[in-house]
Design a binder for this molecule. Structure first.
Ligand code: APR
Length: 230
């Protein structure tokens, strides 16, 4: 069975990573949409760097939860037949043991050089405007996809959705496209669809089945069902 899983901020919530659109979704009075844009970066690079530097530093204090671990367990069984597409920029899927993960909105632990367009693994701050290790120019930005930019790896994701037997969306509000459109794309290709989310998302009605609850509880149960052949 080929499975594509889409994850959003809700899967990392029980690890202590704040979501974007729940009650605590503000950062120092900024809406995420006001910080996560190329325009915000052009106008106030230090503010934008501070936002991402804080999120990168916070990774040290969080751990994967049972939902991340259950998906890693599923990959042990399905191998290449499982693809995890995440909108999250944290590294909790990888730390749980998943290896087939596409970060469609980029990664906190990567920096992108605007001068040489190279990528470099980056665990420290960018707010002090360090030089790019490849070209020496001080032009590193977070390797994340901002509003108005094109998500990464869309061709691979579409191809995987077309070939899947099952599409499962976990912990995402369905407010941000193109990810919010994956359910329609999948069902248009005859793929069964399942949503696992704390509350009905903006696109819940488009799924064949939607279950409500904590990801840390729903995902291990669903993975056990798959492993039992259900
Ligand atoms: N278990 C399951 N679902 C949860 C949990 C939990 N413990 N906690 C919260 N949720 C659900 C919320 O009900 C909400 O529907 O997760 C969803 C999180 O939604 P958002 O905060 O909008 O996060 P996400 O959908 O990942 O955002 C998409 O928006 O700002 C951009 O680029 C950013 O990737 C992000 C994108």
């Amino acid at each position: 069975m080929r499975v594509v899983v889409l994850t959003g901020a809700g899967i990392s919530a029980e690890s202590g990573v704040p979501t974007f659109r729940d009650a605590d979704g503000l950062w120092e009075g900024h809406r995420v949409e006001d910080v996560a844009t190329p325009e915000a970066y052009a106008a106030q690079p230090a503010v934008v760097h501070r936002f991402y530097d804080a999120r990168r530093a916070a990774l040290a204090g969080v751990e994967p939860n049972p939902a991340h671990r259950a998906l890693a367990r599923l990959e042990e069984h399905l191998g290449d037949d499982l693809l995890v597409v995440t909108q999250n920029i944290d590294d909790l899927h990888e730390r749980a043991g998943s290896t087939r993960v596409l970060h469609m909105h980029g990664e906190l632990l990567s920096a992108l050089c605007r001068a040489c367009e190279g990528r470099v693994r980056w665990a420290g701050d960018l707010g002090d405007f360090p030089d790019c290790p490849s070209c020496g120019v001080s032009a590193l930005r977070p390797d994340v996809v901002w509003f108005g930019e094109i998500p990464y790896q869309m061709d691979r994701i579409q191809e995987a959705l077309e070939r899947a037997d099952l599409f499962v969306s976990i912990g995402t509000s369905g407010a941000v496209y193109p990810a919010a459109g994956f359910v329609q794309y999948a069902s248009g290709h005859g793929v069964r669809t399942l949503e696992l989310n704390l509350q009905p998302s903006e696109v819940s009605r488009l799924f064949h089945e939607a279950r409500q609850g904590l990801a840390g509880e729903l995902v291990p149960v669903w993975v056990e069902e798959v492993l039992a052949g259900g």
